[in-house]
Each structure stands twice: as structure tokens, then as C-alpha cells.
Ligand binder design. Structure first.
Ligand code: FES
Length: 277
């Protein structure tokens, strides 16, 4: 009996994707009546704004340090052309041959971490590539190879970016500790920037530890949780964070941009860091 959803294609013909011979033949792109396009449009706008802002700041190579604060985009500073930061993460392992912005040396790690993140993949596949644009909305592409071919097969190295993201978060923690100095490097002080850095580092750690790879590293490949109570407890904690991974991804993205922007405002002399004590 005909149901009206028989395959579009003749047997042996298979273009892949939602028009594949094995898929139901629904000619409408979707049957949704809600504003399904709002979420991918908002996601694309948010990500695009961050890309524009971070590209500008990464290439600017200026206004990224105002004692005691260093922008998270420039930490650690790995080239000789970095601004000297007293007791700060000035590790000139690339020496003097690196002539571009030092941010480009370090941003590859947090950028790669976010680019290969399971949540961000969903976000930008939907927002930028409409692949698919939303649940139950057919994608416009005729072929679909998933993440089985270059370049998307590289998404599988996400776990290694997680390994790199942990020390980067550790260094940003160190920067946050250094923000308890004043502009003369005296300890025991706090400014508005210290609070900005504190909020940022909490969100960076929460996002990093909520990673799906982290959850697997902590609790995966175990046959009996009862024999590994510590890992089980850690897996439960990470699981709670993991349930909020999308929220933490956005919150930490905004907070890291705000922390950088705060340093930019101070370093460029727009205003002085208000001291709390
Ligand atoms: S899955 Fe999002 S950071 Fe790992």
C-alpha cells in the first residue's frame, strides 16, 4: 500500500543524505511550524561575533598587558617579542625568530579545543553549514560523509586538544593568582580586574572539566564502578558539569572575551582598574 513517503530514487540510485533511497520520501524540507531557524541563526551570529573579535585581538599584538593583568589570549607568552610581565608567564621558547603576534602561538590550543568540541561541532554545523539546520529539517546538501573524511575526520583528535587545554587552564589560573597584586606588584590586593579574572577562570575550568572526553577519561573503560570508588565519584562530578556543557561553552566563551576586553581597556588607557583594596 502506498504511504506517500516512498523513496524518491530508483533502486541502485543513492545520492546519500536525506534524499537517499533508504529514506522516507517527504518532499517538503520540513514539517515544523515553529521558528526553528532562530536557534541556528542566533548561534551563527554569536560565533561570528566571537570570531571577528578574537581575530582582531589575536593579530593586534598590542594592549594585552597592564600590570598585574595579562589577557588570556596572550598567556602564556612564548616569543621574545612579548611584553615583559614580572613573574608572569613569559616563556620565550620560540626566541626572536617569531615576528608575528605571540597570541597566534598559543591560541591554537584553546581554539582547537573549542573547534573540535562536541557541542561546538553541533553549533557550527547547524549555524554555518545548515548540516542539518535543525532537528527534523532536511539539510540542503546532497551528500553526507559525516566525519569520516578529511578535514572533518580531524575532529577525532578532540581528546588531545583536551590534554592541551588542561595546562592552558592551569596557566590562566596562575595569571588569576598574580592578579592579587597591585600595579606595583605588591601582593594582597584586589581590583575589579581580579574579579573578572576569577569569574573567567571558574568558567574556563567548568567548561574544560565538563568535556565529554574528560568524562570518558575519568570514568570510561571500567567494568565495575564499585571497584573504583574515587573514579566513580569524579565521574559523577564531571557528569553533572557535562549536563551543562552547552551553557558552560557559551559562558566561558563570553567570559574569556570579556577578560581580554577588560585588559584591553586598561592597557589602552580607557580607564584605570578600580582597586577594591
Ligand atoms: S566535548 Fe566540548 S570541550 Fe570536549
Amino acid at each position: 500500500m502506498a504511504t506517500g513517503t516512498e523513496p524518491h530514487l530508483k533502486s541502485g540510485q543513492d545520492s546519500g543524505g536525506v534524499r537517499a533511497a533508504t529514506r522516507a520520501a517527504i518532499s517538503a524540507a520540513h514539517l515544523r511550524t515553529d521558528r526553528w531557524w532562530l536557534a541556528p541563526a542566533a548561534t551563527a551570529a554569536g560565533l561570528f561575533a566571537f570570531i571577528v573579535y578574537s581575530t582582531w585581538r589575536a593579530f593586534a599584538n598590542a594592549d594585552y598587558y597592564a600590570a598585574p593583568y595579562v589577557s588570556p589570549f596572550y598567556s602564556p607568552c612564548l616569543a621574545e617579542n612579548c611584553e615583559p610581565m614580572r613573574s608572569g608567564p613569559n616563556w620565550e621558547i620560540f626566541g626572536s625568530w617569531w615576528g608575528l603576534s605571540p597570541a597566534l602561538l598559543i591560541l591554537i590550543f584553546p581554539l582547537g579545543f573549542r573547534l573540535t568540541c562536541y557541542y561546538y561541532r553541533k553549533a557550527y554545523y547547524r549555524g554555518f553549514w545548515a548540516s542539518p539546520p535543525a532537528c527534523a529539517v532536511a539539510e540542503p546538501h546532497k551528500k553526507y560523509s559525516g566525519e569520516t573524511r578529511f578535514p572533518l575526520i580531524l575532529q577525532n583528535i578532540h581528546r588531545y586538544f583536551f590534554y592541551a587545554a588542561v595546562p592552558v587552564a592551569g596557566i590562566l589560573t596562575y595569571d588569576t593568582v598574580l592578579s592579587f597584586r597591585d600595579e606595583h606588584y605588591e601582593w594582597g590586593h584586589m581590583g575589579l580586574g581580579t574579579l573578572v579574572f576569577l569569574v573567567n577562570i571558574v568558567l574556563i575550568w567548568a567548561y574544560t572539566l565538563s568535556c565529554h572526553s574528560c568524562r570518558h577519561i575519568v570514568g570510561g573503560k571500567l567494568k565495575h564502578f564499585s571497584k573504583h570508588p574515587v573514579r566513580y565519584r569524579m565521574w559523577q562530578w564531571v557528569g553533572k558539569l557535562n549536563a551543562r556543557h552547552m551553557l558552560l561553552a557559551w559562558a566561558s566563551l563570553v567570559s574569556v572575551a570579556l577578560a581580554d576586553f577588560y585588559v584591553y581597556l586598561i592597557a589602552s588607557g580607557v580607564f584605570d582598574d578600580p582597586r577594591l583594596f
